[in-house]
Every structure is written in C-alpha cells, then in structure tokens.
Design a protein around this ligand. Structure first.
Ligand code: NAD
Ligand code: UDP
Ligand code: UDP
Length: 315
C-alpha cells in the first residue's frame, strides 16, 4: 500500500483514478481547487477510510507526505482553459514546479498528465512520440499547449538535473461518465444536446478528426505507466487509435440516443487541429501489452446512460 497524491482528483479523469487507486488498496490524497472538478465526482468516496480530499490550488506550494504523485490538475476543455488563460499557464507551469519540488523533497515518483496538444495541429499522422509538433505559441490554445509543453520540459529537466523518477503520458481525447455536462468538449456537448433534443453543434464542416478513448482504458494505462521500471520516463502516447470525424461522432450519438436533434454547423474555433490519432506502439510495448478494449459505440452507450441519469436528476 502506498500513499498517493492525485492533483485534479475531483475532475473527470482524476476521480476515476482515485477510485482505481483505492480499489488497488492505496491511501489516496485528492487535491483540487474545484475549478472544473466537482465534489459530486468524489462524493461516493467521502468517509472512505483511505481517502482524503483537500482544497488547494497547485500554483501554490504544497507540503504533504506521499510516495507517488499523479499530476492531473489543469482544465482540459478549450472553453474552460481559455476562460482564464493566464491561470491555465500558471497551473501547468507553477503547478509542475511545485509538484516536482514536492517529489524531489520526498524522493517520490511523479507522473504528468500531458496531452496530444503538445503536437498542436500535426503534419505527421498518426502522431508518434518522436514528433516535435506544430504549435502556435501565441494563439488562443497556446496557454494550454505551451503550458503543457513547458511542464514536460520541467519534468525532463528535473529528471536530468535532480535524477527524479518521472513518468510522462500524452493523453489523447478521453471521454466517459463524470465529464462535466457543461464542459464544452465534443463528446459531452453532443450527448447532452442529443438527450435534450437541442441542435447538435458541429464546428466547421465536421471533417476534422479525433480518436476517442474510453476512460477505463486510459486509467489502466496511467496506472501501468506509474509501475514501469525506474529508467523509463516516456513520453508515451495513450489513447485509442480508432479515428472518427466529428460528423461521424454526431451521427453515432444521434443513433445511440434515438434523438431527433438536428445537426447544425458553427464556425470552427481558431487553431482547431485538423486531425489527431495516436500511434500507440510504444504504449503496447512499454505498458505490458496494454491495449484499448472499449470500442466507441460501447463507451458512448455507457456515457449516454450516465448523462441520462445526470440530466434526470438535474432538472
Ligand atoms: P477536468 O477539467 O475534469 O479535470 C481537471 C481537474 O483539475 C479539475 O478537477 C479542476 O478543478 C482541477 N484544477 C484545475 N486547475 C487547478 C489548480 N490550479 N489547482 C488544483 N486543481 C486544479 O479534466 P480531465 O479531462 O479530467 O483532465 C485531467 C488531466 O488530464 C488534465 O491535466 C488534462 O490536461 C489531461 N488531459 C485530459 C485529456 C482528456 O481527453 N480528458 C486529454 C489530454 C490531457
Ligand atoms: N515545493 C513544494 N513542496 C515541497 C517542496 C517544494 O510545494 O515539499 C515547491 C516550492 O514552492 C519550491 C518548488 O516546489 O519553490 C520547487 O522546489 P525545488 O526544491 O525544486 O526548488 P527551490 O525552488 O526550492 O529551489
Ligand atoms: N467540437 C464540435 N462541437 C462541439 C465541441 C467541439 O464540433 O460542440 C469539435 C472541436 O472543434 C474539435 C473537436 O470537436 O474539432 C474536439 O473538440 P474538443 O473540445 O472535445 O477537444 P480538442 O479540440 O481539445 O481535441
């Protein structure tokens, strides 16, 4: 049993990670400032003898005693990370420095939730870890993309300079229950719109692609990454390589919900990547044969069930 810190633990991915670590018998400290996360995501863990939640902003130093750190704190939806872009960069950069400083003092392993956004709008397809990316440094997505890139730099410098045991995963679009209903990301938007019978908002012509991973597959990869040998740092792409256009996604959501919603087309946000698909060869090999197991239709069905319950109790 280890003492494990999860920053961003009340968020979508973080709350599933807390569940998994508790199931594995660990003692979990969840740190979150509740910017995009909610207490509802961890309400079922209240009173659990090995779970503790702490309100804290990772841009400020944190003095606790743990064996491992998963650093997930950072808004992930473009709508939310662009709401206060300066705070987004601070969260990635100051947050990384503080968590790395904490890991250094404790000699703890630390895993960074990085992102496919480090590849920007990629010219290489599918994306491999060796690709350096094509990122606009001054656009509306830069606070997130460059913040996460700088966090990776800090992780690798702490590794080179202080011999810290770092693990970096580059997460591709992941979806599932506990996404915030007003999160603004495409899967939650389409499902909520379809269930409410509202228009489904496709940005641009819907021909841009993403590759969607179900949350359980992603959490499995993160836990396996933390358990890899000392010498292995990553970065490792984690995601599901099945690639879809946003039009295909909208059609699937309409079919699976049985909705009568219409598809409507809205302007494409600036710097929106055209295509995205992970090459997961490295993950397959380094994470002991890890492979996504949940197909999009199956994962969407589970996510739709979740949102049906949320929307029924909400109003
Ligand atoms: P989320 O918005 O649901 O979770 C982020 C959590 O971090 C929230 O609980 C939020 O309140 C918390 N947070 C934000 N700023 C903070 C701060 N300064 N101090 C403390 N807590 C703070 O998003 P998510 O999808 O669960 O993403 C989790 C992590 O995974 C993020 O770092 C994100 O960049 C990364 N990621 C996610 C995806 C995805 O598709 N879900 C893809 C790539 C990377
Ligand atoms: N820090 C922290 N908790 C700790 C140790 C450090 O939050 O237990 C923060 C502190 O703000 C510090 C930063 O991590 O400035 C980086 O720490 P490091 O030891 O790498 O460098 P320092 O800034 O102390 O020279
Ligand atoms: N998108 C869309 N309609 C929405 C929300 C998003 O068509 O209501 C598009 C968005 O323009 C992008 C894709 O879906 O091309 C994925 O967007 P998301 O915000 O989920 O993630 P990211 O762009 O960070 O991959």
């Amino acid at each position: 049993m280890k003492k494990v810190l999860v920053t961003g633990g009340a968020g979508f991915l973080g709350s599933h990670l807390c569940d998994r670590l508790l199931q594995d018998g660990h003692d979990v400290l969840c740190v979150d400032n509740y910017f995009t996360g909610t207490k509802a995501n961890i309400a079922h863990l209240r009173g659990h003898p090995r779970f503790e939640a702490m309100r804290h902003d990772v841009t400020f130093p944190l003095y606790v005693e743990v064996d491992e750190i998963y650093n997930l704190a950072c808004p992930a939806s473009p709508v939310h990370y662009q709401f206060d872009p300066v705070q987004t960069t601070k969260t990635s950069v100051h947050g990384a420095i503080n968590m790395l400083g904490l890991a250094r003092r404790l000699g703890a392993r630390i895993l960074q939730a990085s992102t496919s956004e480090v590849y920007g709008d990629p010219e290489v397809h599918p994306q491999t870890e060796s690709y350096w990316g094509r990122v606009n440094p001054i656009g509306v997505r830069s606070c997130y993309d460059e913040g996460k890139r700088c966090a990776e730099t800090l992780f690798f410098d702490y590794w080179r300079q202080h011999r810290l045991q770092i693990k970096v995963v580059r997460i591709f679009n992941t979806y599932g229950p506990r996404m915030y209903e007003r999160d603004g990301r495409v899967v939650s938007n389409f499902i909520v719109q379809a269930l409410r019978g509202e228009d489904i908002t496709i940005y641009g012509d819907g021909s841009q692609t993403r590759s969607f991973c179900y949350v359980d597959d992603l959490i499995e990869a993160m836990v396996r990454m933390m358990a890899t040998d000392d010498g292995f740092t990553g970065p490792v792409n984690v995601g599901n390589p099945s690639e879809f256009t946003m039009l295909e996604l909208a059609q699937k959501v309409v079919a699976l919900t049985g909705s009568r919603s219409q598809l409507v087309f809205k302007p494409l946000p600036s710097d929106d990547p055209r295509q995205r698909q992970p090459d997961i060869s490295l993950a397959r090999q380094a994470l002991k044969g890890w492979e996504p197991t949940i197909a999009l239709d199956d994962g969407l069905t589970r996510t739709i069930d979740y949102f049906r319950t949320v929307l029924a109790t909400d109003r």
